[in-house]
Design a protein around this ligand. Sequence first.
Ligand SMILES: [Zn+2]
Length: 231
Amino acid sequence: MGIIAIIGIVIYGALFWVMQVNLKKIKEIAENEKLDQIADQYPENRIICEEMLKKVKNEQVMIEEDKEANTTMYLAIPNKIKIANLKGNYSRIQTIAHECLHSIQNRRLLIANVVISNVYLLFFIIVFVLSCIPQIQGKQILLCALTLLGLSYYMIRAYLENDAMIKARYLAKEYMEEKQSVTKEEIDSMIYQYDKLNDIGIRCVNFQLFGGIVIKVVLVALISWGVECFF
Ligand SMILES: [Zn+2]
């Protein structure tokens, strides 16, 4: 178990380095007053969302604005887009495009994502608790099952996120061009910044997703190892 924990930590560190995760840089790119002002010329979030849903031909989606929330998301089961407090940030157009794109993804995959993420979390809690009990046998098998479940979750979730993240820039661009609220140069400067944001952002999201699975494996392996050593 100790070896698995060490391998997990090394993999986590190596992936962090390879993927060049830099949350500070993302924050820096996301802060741009000039672009915020350009984006201000577009309608408010709910209207953008409605118009984009019309564009992707999926108007049955409910839209809910929650100024207290920090994350904008698409909820597959109630088929609802929850728009958080996006402030006046220029990235809001791409963020809304991202959620609208989630809403038109393959329904089976969306539901599978909800099911597997909950099953995975529940299974992790069970394995975590069992790993603390010295009398429990076969912890390696539990850890192996947890890893496989984690990888299955990762596969579905990473596909859904990458698909939405990669396409969002195009939908946002098309939308901005159709509205004709700002000049072509201004749209180009927004898209240039979206590309910079996505270059790091997509890597970070993938790292966070996979890293979360590695951390869970390391945690269970470390506790099981500790319990083996001390009891
Ligand atoms: Zn997403």
